[in-house]
Design a protein around this ligand. Structure first.
Ligand SMILES: [Zn+2]
Length: 765
């Protein structure tokens, strides 16, 4: 047989084995099959000692492969750079065929900086000689590298090897592309184990997982956030779930967390942390704790060992990205002045020179644009982190600086002054964020900012602009604390109030009202009350404006009065949608009130709010709205009036009041009513505000509810039917066990929760 034919047969044989391999690659259903299982037989095909298939991760600029040693699978990570042959192959997208990896001269002929990474050889004692690296490309995208090492017989890889390996690379690229494309399905399978806790608790099911993984936003915000945003999973449940999944703690944001020392913080710039989603958190017993969005990410763990080589142990704690950003913001803002992103740093970037004209046209805002954007973002982020309810932007005529005030616990405080030159720029920026007409400055406008489009927090703000003197505009932003309801037993209701309200919300039908001025926490209380009966066998519809608190199980509807979808319209549509319980944000008008009463008399439990000052006044107000007294009296279960008073900080000081002060308090409570409380006047003690670092020297921290709960007893119902005077209703309610707002407040003063000054302030009629 002539030698040519022999070679030809060999080649045909080689070719056939290659085709088999390619078929095997195409039937691979996962990257692991390719990376781990198929590759050894590929090595045999090329008569080589070893083969590694790398996949590129362009975002992190690395190549990743997996090696099986025993039963364990290890990950190999190398940078895409000229520090290794495979890395260089990936950059240059060219085939690299090297006779001896240790021959510096040979490598330099390919690229002057090219190096052979000998760390694997050093670790294992293996000696690399011939190396053939072939890029895996699909269309123009670089997907990875095949690296074949040491041809048997110590001879160089030849042209046939090169052309076959290229063919192999092309098949691999298609197979990998298909696996990526199909990853939507594999994602469901992968995600399933990630959400075991939620599945076990029946908070989600396979259908929801499938729906979520097909949602158009899933690639943008990720499954975790999507499940929370669209499928009603609370942040708390998701944290628990991820804690189980990662096997580490998973924490939320706590603004009281103390930052680490400056030295540890300064080692890494916040800009980098912002991109890499981690932040040094605390040091305990010589262990450095780091918060990271994925505590199992080995790549970043390796990197962090280099950032903090002095720590023998680094422990990882999981957190949501938004919370990591909040911590970065907290630590680097309050930490040292050398680190950036504090409000002062941003203000320093503004041009404060006096020679330029005040910008009157919003169009002129350009070169300082990005700083204004940062400034507005910073104001909003600080507000959210400090639990601010409202942000006030207040420009003045002439060369007076813009004042920014924030309302915390019901009081406004100055947050910052901004150079007067930017008074138009800053209001324009806010108006752009909520799609308002920036050229219209003579009429008030209102809108809404969905901040997650602009910054790292998922928060909404309701914006109102008001034209002020000097052709200026004030902007007021209400931070819509998108949150979960406060547990019912944390509302601060007295034993009697808690018992009566709980009994009312468990009735099959009737009307429950929560009343008080704006900002008195009515919605919070309503949601807490509804949470008591929010079970799977009850259908609950809510119409709100805006939806501030979300609860899984409720069907929540945002009304749009501008397009005619009013509270009344929502109520009517609910009646056709098989409700058990209906919550209507506010009974603003006669029509809404009438439908609400009608609903409650046709077998539904109805919750709503009103802007009235006291529980008895609510009755006369509704009767003034021409509500039918007979229907109303049949419907009413209870009316809860509410106020928020500032809560004394733990730095408060106990004292014994003077006889005069004691006398005042008893008079205010009502001498007869006080006698019924069985409190011994001689034993009365009070607390006063002191002030410490924790409460910003105000003496108060957080707020507490004061309540007045009128029960719809038979006696009250009959007074309503007779359209009785408010005084008669009040007397009867007190007889039935009601304590007035003031009385409830005084009782809470005696417990040291607040002080009498606060109670007087919020209980003014
Ligand atoms: Zn304090």
């Amino acid at each position: 047989m002539p030698p040519e034919t022999d070679t030809l047969r060999q080649q045909l044989e080689y070719r056939k084995r290659l085709m088999d391999k390619i078929n095997e690659i195409h039937s691979a259903d996962s990257l692991n099959t390719i990376l781990i299982h198929i590759k050894d037989s590929i090595a045999a095909l090329f008569n080589a000692d070893r083969i590694t298939i790398y996949l590129s991760d362009a975002k992190r600029n690395i190549l990743i492969s997996k090696v099986k040693s025993g039963s364990e699978v290890q990950q190999i990570v190398i940078p895409i750079s000229d520090a290794s042959l495979a890395g260089y192959c990936s950059i240059s997208a060219a085939v690299i065929n090297v006779k001896n990896a240790y021959d510096q001269h040979e490598l330099r002929m390919i690229c002057s900086n090219l190096k052979f990474d000998d760390s694997w050889d050093k670790k294992t004692g293996f000696i690399t000689k011939q190396v053939l690296c072939v890029p895996i490309k699909f269309q123009k995208a670089m997907m990875g590298v095949i690296q074949i090492i040491n041809k048997k017989g110590d001879i160089p890889f030849d042209d046939v090897d090169v052309s076959y390996s290229m063919e192999l690379a092309s098949s691999l690229s298609i197979a990998i592309h298909n696996i990526y494309r199909l990853s939507a399905t594999t994602k469901i399978i992968r995600n399933k184990s990630r959400y075991n806790y939620l599945l076990d608790k029946n908070l989600i099911d396979d259908k929801i997982l499938e729906k979520a993984s097909n949602h158009p936003d899933v690639s943008k915000i990720g499954m975790d956030t999507l499940l929370m945003r669209e499928f009603g999973i609370s942040k708390e449940d998701m944290s628990k779930n991820l804690s189980f999944y990662f096997g580490t703690d998973f924490i939320g944001y706590d603004p009281a967390q103390q930052p680490l020392d400056e030295e540890t913080l300064r080692r890494v710039k916040p800009e980098r942390l912002n991109k890499e989603w981690w932040v040094p958190f605390k040091i305990e017993n010589g262990i450095l704790h780091i918060i990271i969005d994925d505590p199992t990410d080995l790549g970043r763990q390796d990197m962090l060992k280099f950032v903090y080589p002095e720590y023998r142990r680094i422990s990882y704690i999981g957190a949501f990205r938004e919370d990591i950003l909040s911590y970065i913001n907290l630590f680097y803002h309050y930490g040292s002045s050398s680190t950036s992103s504090s409000i002062d740093d941003i203000l320093n970037k503004l041009d404060t020179s006096d020679d330029t004209e005040i910008e009157t046209e919003s169009q002129k805002v350009s070169e300082q644009d990005s700083v204004i954007v940062q400034l507005v973002n910073k104001i909003i982020i600080d507000a959210v982190n400090n639990k601010v309810s409202d942000i006030h932007i207040e420009p003045f005529p002439g060369k007076e600086d813009v004042q920014v005030r924030m309302r915390i616990d019901g009081r406004c405080k100055i947050y910052q002054k901004i150079p007067y030159k930017y008074k138009h720029a800053i209001t324009s920026r806010i108006k752009i964020m909520c799609n308002l007409d920036i050229s219209e400055r003579r009429k008030p406008q209102d809108g809404k900012i969905d901040f997650k489009k602009f910054g790292p927090l998922n928060v909404e703000l309701r914006v109102a602009t008001v034209p002020t003197t000097g052709q200026l505009e004030d902007v007021v932003m209400r931070v819509l604390a998108s949150g979960e309801p406060i547990p019912f037993d944390k509302l601060g209701l007295t034993e009697r109030n808690s018992r009566v309200l709980d009994a009312c919300v468990r009735q099959p039908y009737g009307l429950v009202l929560v009343v008080g001025p704006t900002g008195s926490g009515k919605t919070t209380t309503l949601h807490s009350a509804i949470s008591v009966i929010n079970t799977i066998d009850t259908k609950i519809w809510t119409a709100e404006d805006p939806v501030e608190i979300t609860q899984r199980g409720l069907r929540q509807v945002q009304v749009h009065p501008k397009i005619g979808f009013t509270f009344a319209a929502a109520l009517r549509s609910f009646l056709r949608a098989d409700p058990d319980v209906i919550m209507v944000g506010e009974m603003r008008d006669q029509e809404t009130a009438e439908i609400a009463v009608e609903c409650s008399l046709t077998g539904h439990l109805v919750f709503s709010t009103l802007h009235t000052n006291s529980a008895p006044e609510t009755i006369t107000r509704l009767l003034d709205m021409e509500l039918d007294p007979f229907s109303f009296s049949d419907a009413i279960l209870c009316i809860l009036a509410q106020r928020l008073a500032r809560r004394l900080c733990s730095c408060k000081k106990e004292y014994v009041p003077s006889p005069a002060e004691r006398n005042d308090i008893i008079t205010e409570y009502g001498r007869d009513d006080f006698a019924k409380t069985e409190i011994n006047p001689a034993e009365i003690k009070l607390w006063k505000a002191v002030g410490c670092q924790k409460c910003g020297d105000t003496g108060y921290k957080g707020r507490l509810g004061l309540h007045e709960l009128l029960e719809g007893t038979d006696a009250i119902k009959s007074l309503i039917k007779r359209k009785s005077e408010i005084e008669l209703i009040r007397k009867q309610a007190i007889e039935d066990g009601m304590t007035t707002l003031k009385q409830d407040g005084i009782l809470k003063c005696l417990e040291g929760l607040t002080d009498i000054k606060e109670v007087r302030k919020v209980c003014i009629k």
